[in-house]
Structures are given as C-alpha cells and as structure tokens.
Design a protein around this ligand. Structure first.
Ligand code: ADP
Ligand code: MG
Length: 688
C-alpha cells in the first residue's frame, strides 16, 4: 500500500527523496509536493520519432532502434591523478546500416549489453562520412517501459547537484500520488466553453506527456488558468474600488474650450468625454490616458483640472521632474487665470519661502490647482479639499506614491497620463484595474518626423546635415547606447556618450556647442543640462536614453540615434518623439552598421510609420514583452506558464471569461475564490 501524500506534505514524504535532495529542491523554492507539481518544465525534448540508422544526421539528437552486433569491449586507460577511464565500444545495426558506439565510464551498464538483443537509443551522431559514431547515447530495452527514449521528455529548471533525471523521478512520484488532489479552480462551464482539460489531467500531461497533442492541451489549460486568475483578481480589485461613492459632478466645459488657442483633436475630445462620463457617475474615476508624445495629453489633464475647479475641489498635478512641472505651470497657469482658476507651483528646488506660501495656498484652499514634483507627496503638503489627482508620465511613480497623494483627499478622482503606447490587450494587464483612453491622433499641421536608416558610409553627409540644422538656428539630439567606453571587448564598438561628445566637440563640430547628458549624472545636474538645451544654449545634445520624456524643445529638429539596432522599436519611437514638436520640419536618422536582414527590416518599420500603437504591436511581436518594456517602464506581472508575446489569444479568452464571471456578482466556487485571494495577497503591489 502506498502511503497517502497530500499537496502540502514536505518533499521528503515522496519515496527516494531524503533531506539532502529536498535541500536541493528548496533552492528552486520547491518545498512541498504541491510546489513540486507547480515546477513546470522549461522545455521538452521530443524523442517520440524513431529514425533508421541510415537516416541519422550529424549534430541532431535522434531516437533509433538497433541490435547489438559486436560484443562490448571495455578498455581501462590510466588517467593521471584520478581513477581509470573506462572506454566501452561496440557496434549496433538495423536493416539500413551499422553504427559504432562509444561509452565512457559505463562498463557496468553499456558493457553488459548482449549481442543479438535490440535496444532503443537516443543520442547525437558525430563525425563525418569517413567515420561516423555516437558517444554516450542513452538506451533502454525495446520491450521495456519508455523512460529516456520514445517519449516527450520534460526538461526542468535545475540547480547545481540536481539533475534532470532526479526531477523527472520526483515528478513521476508526485504526479501518480497527488495530481488527482489538485483543486479545480476553473468552473466546469468554463472548461466546457473553452475546451479545456481538467486540473489533474493538465498536471499529468505537463510532467509526463503521452503525446504532443495532449501536452498542447495541458499547456493551454495552464496558461488559460493563470491569465484567468490574474484577470479575475484585477476585476475584483476594480469592483472593490468602485464600491465607494463620491458626489456626481457637473461637466460644463464650454468656457474652457473657448479659452483654448486651438480646437481639441477628435482623440483629445474623446478622452475628455470619457473623463466627463466618469466624474458624472458618482464613483471615483481611475483612468489612464495613453497617447504618443505630442498628442496633447496636457490639455486633457487641463480639462480634468478645470472640471474639478468648477465642482469646488482642488487638483494636484504631479510631474516626475522639476522641468516638466515648470513647463506645465508655465503653460497652464495663464490659461487657468483667464478662467478664474488659481494655480500654484510647488517643487523641491523652490526657495523655502516660496514653498511655504505654495503649501499655504494648498492647505487653505486658496489654490485650485497645485502643480508640482515629489514635493507634493511630502507630509507637509496638505490640501483643503483635494478631489482630483493627476500623474503625468505615470510610469515614473509607484503605486505607493499615487496612493500617498490620493490619501490627501477623500476618494479623489485619479487620472494618469502615459506616453508609452502599448497594445490594448497588454494595457489591460499592465494597468489592470484602470479604464483606458487612447489619444491616437496628433494635433493638425504637425508634419510627421521623417525617418531614415543609414550606415557608416553616410557619416560625412550626416555630419553636414547636423551642421545645416545648426546653421538654420535649430538643434540636434545625438543618442548613444552607452555612457562610457568599457575599454572595448573586442566585439562591435558601441558609441559611448562621453567619448562621442568629446570627439564631436574636438574634431567634428569644433564651432558648435556640444552638451552631454547621461544617466550617471545626478538628477539636478541632468535637469540643468536639459533646461539649458531647451533654452537654446547648445546646438547638439549628446545623450543616452535619459532624455526626458515630455520635455518640449520645439527648436530641436534632428534626432540621430547611434547603434540603432541596440534599441527596441518602442524605445526608438519614444526617442524620435523628442523632435518635431515645433512648427519646423523634423528628421530622425537611425545609424546602424548591422547587416542582418531581419534587423534592418525591424528598423525599417520605424521609417514606414509614426503610429506608436502600431510600432508597439510590431515590437511586442518581434521581441516579446520582457524586452518590450524597458526596465523603468516595466509594470508587467511575471507569469509562470503564460507568455504575453505568444499567448495573446488565450489571454483574450481568459479576460473575457473573468470579466463575465465577476460581473455576475455571485459568490465564487471556493477553490477559485481561494486561488484569487492568495494571488491578491501575493501581489499587493501590482494589484491594489
Ligand atoms: P503630450 O504631453 O501628449 O506629449 P503636449 O500636451 O505636451 O503633448 O502637447 C504637445 C504640443 O501640442 C503642445 O505645444 C500643445 O500646446 C500642442 N497642442 C495640444 N493640443 C493641440 C491641439 N488640439 N491643436 C494644436 N496644438 C495642440
Ligand atoms: Mg506630456
């Protein structure tokens, strides 16, 4: 009789696993049998296809059946300073040909094979037509169980001392005892509707696949489940937030529109309409406005601030940097003044007296709109009646910072602005519980930035082009992938901002003013350089990718990106958005000597379109979400089995199913409710 083992039993309750082996598994965060079952294979080796000896191909692992035709002979070769090396050799054959096999230190196993018996082998053919052979193939009798040949073999994540066959054996034990105990988190009607297999079957097939088709079904079920639980958790968080109520607002904006020097674009208008609809409901708004750089998100935010003022509450507009906060203040204060809306600025670099008076204005309710940096978040900053929180370049702020600002009011509306267009499906995950408005249109009269892909042969003409911009009174950005030379690793040389700026200043553009900006500089130093460039005090800014998102330098007309193949498409697009913000025509030049056709094709996507959403889709498809979101903008949850790049179709189904289930507002089946609760508990940061 097998002893019953539960999912939360320690690994040592499985036969063959002692404390030492368990300690190895613990390094992979596997301590219980249930955790072992959730240690999924990294990949699989398909050993199901049997080939003939004649059709083996050098370098390709393959499975074949053959009979032993010569008696195995073992030679013992002395090895200096260690044990003897045993070399066992014999020949096998099938109807199509013969093959010499060599084994090292396997006299006991391989040396014991008997002439005339058939075995199944798995290995890699080496050599050339003069002398083919195979070294250390795996083998087992043809009439025995398929353990290492004739099957799809899971390949697990490992750690030093733990081999794949140890994990395989442990999984086989765990699966046979406990797969049936796994809770079924997916309601039966969902399994039926989406054609998914049950939890136990998925577990068996993922660890011990019986066929490629069955494995595929298991994978799909697990991916679906993972996305489904995550989406359901988000839907629940959202329904909890919207359970609060707040006063429904009046949404008359005619005076605001009349005060604008331009008409809103259709996309801006739609975003403003979305906001108006939100604040009329009497529930706190949580809305994200996504739009390309230059699409005019500031005016959408201004409309929201104006609504707040009309309804008697204050707005806090949070910007990630001093220079952005000032830029917003300089643009919005005069506009608001005409509407009787009082605006103050509050930043860290302001003098103490100025700060004090700005804080007083906020606390006493003398200011309707407070624009500022992190200084808004500090404890000394209080509001008389904060009703609208707006965060510009929202990815620069953590959930905690947003929450800190919101806590200065009672259930304020929350509006987030983002210049990182991402595909809508992903937006649902990254931004989870937010509603999303998309500003997918640029203000009229803006010529798209013309983009070229060139190689080093074009360098002289490019330099001349930079000089021409300067001669016409315009400015250029030159972006490099690295900050400083790392001494050269013998590989491809990457342009480093520090050295390149020096070279350009000394040798290439001695008569122009070259400035330098990179990520290793201090925050205040970076802002000073950026502000001076914006003020026209340099002709060329050599920089790494730190060039501030959102900063307007309307006079900059050229963006040169060195080693362009080193950047993702979305990132290149972001960089390109730093120019073309004025009325003058602007250019972007991608410099790359990379000859790879695929790479050049990828870069050419950028020459063909200025649409950030299309570029994001292409980028996601080509590089996967890991690279797609730069580390700073990374807000994606980590999935164990699901892959956002390849499983989008399943993701869509899972989201649809989750939304539908949660909207029914009925108690959830208990395994599902438990799974969601533990997900929420483990992801307080991303989800709440
Ligand atoms: P974003 O923050 O989306 O990158 P901004 O709000 O900074 O873009 O707007 C970019 C520029 O476009 C600003 O100079 C702004 O005054 C101008 N702008 C915004 N909306 C319009 C519009 N509807 N028509 C003309 N110009 C506009
Ligand atoms: Mg902006």
């Amino acid at each position: 009789m097998e002893k019953p083992v539960t999912l939360d039993a320690p690994l040592t309750s499985l036969p063959g696993i002692g404390p030492q082996r368990a300690a190895l598994f613990a390094r992979l965060n596997v301590r219980t049998v249930g955790e072992l079952l959730r240690l999924y294979p990294r990949t699989y080796e398909d050993r199901t296809r049997l080939v003939s000896v004649a059709s083996l191909e050098a370098g390709t692992p393959a499975c074949f059946e053959a009979a032993v035709v010569t008696t195995p002979r073992t030679n013992r070769i002395p090895k200096p300073g260690s044990r003897m090396l045993e070399v066992t050799k014999f020949t096998v054959a099938d109807d199509t040909g013969r093959l010499n096999l060599t084994f090292f230190n396997a006299a006991h196993s391989a040396g014991a094979l008997r002439v005339g018996e058939r075995y199944c082998f798995y290995g890699v053919l080496t050599g050339d037509f003069a002398a083919y052979g195979m070294t250390n193939p795996l083998f087992e009798p043809c009439d025995g169980p398929a353990r290492v040949t004739r099957r799809i073999l899971p390949v697990y994540p490992l750690t030093a001392g733990l081999t794949n066959s140890m994990v395989l054996r442990a999984q086989a034990q765990a699966v046979s005892r406990c797969a049936g105990l796994l809770p079924e988190t997916l309601p039966p009607e969902l399994l039926r509707r989406y054609g998914l297999c049950g939890a136990a079957e998925a577990c068996r097939e993922i660890h011990c696949p019986t066929s490629a088709a069955a494995l595929g079904r298991a994978q799909r079920r697990l991916v679906f489940e993972e996305f489904f639980l995550f989406s359901a958790a988000l839907a629940i968080v959202r329904s909890r937030r919207t359970a609060h109520s707040c006063p429904a607002w009046q949404t008359e904006l005619t005076p605001f529109f009349a005060a604008l020097p331009f008409r809103l674009t259709g996309a801006q208008q739609r975003a403003v309409d979305d906001i108006c609809a939100d604040v009329r409901t009497g529930r706190p708004m949580s809305r994200l406005v996504q739009g390309d750089v230059g699409s005019g998100k500031t005016m959408v935010a201004a409309a929201a601030a104006c609504l707040a003022a009309k309804n008697g509450v204050q707005t806090a507009l949070l910007a990630p940097t001093e220079i952005l906060a000032r830029q917003h203040f300089d643009r919005l204060a005069p506009l608001f003044e005409g509407l009787g809306i009082r605006t103050v600025l509050l930043t860290g670099q302001m003098g103490a007296a100025q700060k004090r008076s700005a804080r007083e204005a906020a606390e006493l309710g003398l200011a309707d709109v407070v624009i500022g940096t992190h200084a808004l978040l500090t404890e000394q900053t209080r509001f008389a009646r904060l009703g609208m929180v707006i965060a510009d370049e929202q990815h620069r702020f953590g959930v905690a910072q947003r929450a800190a600002l919101c806590a200065k009011g009672t259930q304020p509306h929350l509006l987030l602005l983002s210049a990182t267009p991402i595909p809508r499906t992903l937006a649902l995950i990254v931004y989870g519980d937010l509603d999303v408005s998309v500003v997918d249109e640029l203000p009229p009269g803006r010529e798209p930035v013309e983009t070229f892909l060139v190689d080093e042969r074009y360098r002289a003409r490019l330099n001349a082009f930079v000089r021409k911009q300067a001669a016409e009174g315009h400015q250029s950005f030159i972006v490099c992938p690295a900050v400083e030379d790392d001494g050269g690793d013998g590989g491809e040389t990457l342009k480093a901002a520090e050295q390149w700026a020096q070279t350009l200043q000394d040798y290439v553009f001695p008569n122009l003013r070259v400035a330098l900006l990179h990520g290793k500089m201090k925050g205040a130093e970076k802002e000073a350089v950026m502000a001076s460039f914006a003020a026209g005090e340099a002709d060329i800014l050599v920089a790494t990718t730190v060039i501030e998102v959102g900063v307007d330098v309307p006079n900059a007309t050229l963006m040169v990106i060195e080693n362009a193949d080193r950047f993702g498409l979305s990132q290149l697009h972001q960089l390109r958005g730093r120019v073309g913000r004025g009325s003058a025509k602007a250019w972007c030049v991608l410099v790359s000597d990379n000859k790879n056709t695929e790479t050049r094709q990828r870069l050419r996507t950028l020459c063909g379109t200025n649409d950030g959403f299309r570029i994001a889709e292409a980028d996601l498809q080509q590089r996967g979400p890991g690279d797609f979101f730069g580390s700073r903008q990374h807000g994606l949850p980590v999935f164990r089995v699901g892959d956002l790049a390849t499983d989008l179709a399943v993701l869509r189904q899972a989201q649809e199913a989750a939304a539908q289930l949660i909207s029914q507002d009925r108690p959830l089946p208990s395994p599902l409710a438990q799974a969601i609760e533990s997900l929420l508990a483990g992801n307080a940061d991303t989800l709440n």
